[in-house]
Write a protein that binds this ligand. Structure first.
Ligand SMILES: CC(=O)N[C@H](C=O)[C@@H](O)[C@H](O)[C@H](O)COP(=O)(O)O
Length: 537
């Protein structure tokens, strides 16, 4: 019998290494001891620290050819039990005799012919190390109490009905690591970065099978990925709820397939705003695969709150994500409209992949930033709310940038000047040579010009994209550029006009929903949306 120190030393020899499971597809062209041995030798030559081999005959063949440790198992398809991996005492004995130094057994909580404790005792009596293949942390705890030396996450995803997930169960690695026993991460580690993530989660080593020794599976992954890309997906239903209008659209990639618009009636309240959107999209039911909402105000942890209730009186912490999920019965994402528009301009508009700060200057002022290819949402969803920046003003009252430089601010300034004109009329008057209108536009431009160098210094974006009805009005950006000439060149932003107009938020939100779907089950992917609100939109 292997002494405890020898068993510990052997287990330790696995630390930080790769275990290659050489289990060809049964009945496939690689099935049989000769191919298994070739796979094993190739793995050993390339630096594997151990092998996982199924069947006593294969174990014997590999043991004769390779010098690295073998984890042995026997797979049986039995009528009376769902347990497949090493169900019998005889299997343990045959594996030990064939040269396995570690014997893996199914240690899931399911009906079985032989008790887990009995199998572990037999493994130990034969001088081997017991590896318990489990599907959850409770099973890991029980197997550990019964004397298992190594925990394997092998069975996660294979004990429930339905197809197994695509990605490995890294959370289980982390949980099992907390029990203090060595953990071998196993099951669907199909990419090196996933294996690396398992090590970060506390695994002593990672077992990789299909991605190295099942060409049929690897072929299928490529076939499926190519086919999925070649077949057009259902569109996303994008919803943009602004202070005056609500737009709904079917979006695929950078294309708006169909778009409708209804007024937002501020007095109706949040439930009705959502119902109005659902009503506008009612005959698209069944045609989309998710709902992406871009809304004025702050979205934090799936809850919606007004930043400036004058734009839209959103109640505090309205559960927008869960309410939309109930309305539409689809996966939902929601975020601030200007953040969504920033992402839209970054992907498909003026940004085209360049880091940017986006400013929408219309009735209010909103914004969003993409830095290092990531949309900044911030810890609470506030990142990019440029219109909320406090601005010094006469009398030292609390003023925000949007109180002084937005379309509403310009209309208010016009009233003070004795003119009844909204932003559109002010620009028309300026074009007609009215000096009162020019003064109002220049005052708004001046407030923005004072804010932009500070934002440039903070984020250093490649461009600042200006959008919104006021931002895109004739003469606005040239005047802004002129007002910026007095600043040092390092602080002077490079300005660009937004290209997607009113569709930026719809396109950006729809794209984010798609990206989240890719990331959701993948703990290792870089966070698309930074801050504590990551992906929780
Ligand atoms: C669930 C089950 O029966 N797993 C088996 C256990 O030995 C093998 O079929 C897997 O190939 C092995 O776990 C490695 O996993 P992957 O091939 O995903 O890298």
């Amino acid at each position: 019998m292997t002494s405890q120190p020898a068993a510990t030393a052997l287990t330790e020899s696995l630390r930080g290494g790769l275990v290659v499971s050489c289990q060809p597809v049964p009945g496939g062209p690689f099935d049989g001891p000769e191919s298994v041995t070739r796979f094993a030798l190739a793995a050993q030559n390339a630096g594997a620290s151990a092998l996982r081999i199924e069947g006593a005959a294969n174990v014997a063949a590999v043991a004769a050819a390779c010098s690295i440790p073998i984890i042995g198992l026997v797979k049986r398809d039995l009528a009376e039990t769902p347990v497949r991996i090493t169900p019998w005492v005889e299997d343990v004995i045959a594996l030990a005799e064939a040269g396995a130094v570690i014997v893996a057994i199914d240690a899931t909580d399911r009906p079985r012919p032989v008790a887990i404790g009995t199998l572990i005792e037999t493994i130990h009596a034969r001088g081997c190390i017991a590896m318990a293949d489990i599907a959850n942390v409770d099973e890991a705890r029980k197997a550990s109490a019964l004397g298992a030396d190594i925990i394997g996450t092998t069975m996660s995803g294979y004990t429930d009905v339905g197809p197994p997930p695509r990605t490995p169960d890294i959370r289980l690695v982390r949980e099992a690591f907390g029990l203090g026993k060595p953990v071998l991460a196993e099951g669907r580690y199909n990419e090196p970065r996933l294996a690396a993530a398992a090590i970060r989660a506390g695994a002593i080593a990672v077992v990789v099978g299909s991605a190295i020794t099942r060409p049929e599976h690897i072929t299928q992954w490529f076939v499926d990925a190519i086919a999925a890309e070649a077949t057009p997906q259902k569109p996303v239903l994008a919803i943009d709820i602004g202070g005056t209008k609500t737009a709904v659209a079917l979006v695929r990639g950078d294309q708006i397939i169909e778009r409708r618009q209804v007024p937002t009636r501020p007095a109706d309240g949040a439930e009705m705003w959502l119902s109005a959107a659902a009503h506008a999209a009612r005959d698209w039911r069944g045609q989309y695969r998710g709902v992406a909402a871009a809304v004025t105000g702050l979205v934090r942890d799936g809850r919606w709150t007004a930043v400036n209730p004058a734009t839209l009186p959103v109640p505090e912490d309205f559960p927008i994500v869960s309410r939309l999920a109930e309305q539409f019965g689809q996966p939902v994402l929601a975020l601030n409209d200007a953040q969504a528009a920033a992402w839209g301009e970054y992907c498909f508009g003026a940004g085209q992949g360049r880091d940017l700060l986006f400013l929408t200057i219309s009735s209010g002022i909103g914004g969003g930033a993409v830095v290092g290819g990531q949309l900044l949402r911030g810890a609470g969803g506030l990142a990019g709310h440029v219109g909320q920046i406090p601005v010094p003003s006469p009398g030292n009252r609390h003023h925000r940038l949007e109180d002084l430089a937005s379309g509403f601010a310009m209309a208010a300034a016009a009233r003070t000047a004795g003119q009844d004109a909204d932003a559109k009329a002010i620009f028309a008057a300026m074009a007609a040579g009215e000096t009162w209108a020019e003064r109002i536009v220049d005052a708004a431009v001046e407030h923005l010009a004072l804010a932009l160098p500070g934002l440039q210094a903070l984020l250093d974006p490649q461009i600042i994209v200006i959008g919104g009805g006021v931002g895109l009005a004739t003469g606005f950006v040239p005047r802004l550029e002129a007002a910026l000439t007095r600043f040092p060149s390092a602080l002077k932003p490079s300005l660009a006009l937004a290209r997607l107009g009113a569709d930026a938020g719809l396109l950006g939100a729809a794209d984010l929903l798609d990206r989240r779907a890719h990331l959701e089950s993948d703990e290792t992917a870089p966070t698309l949306v930074t801050g504590a609100a990551a992906l929780n939109v």
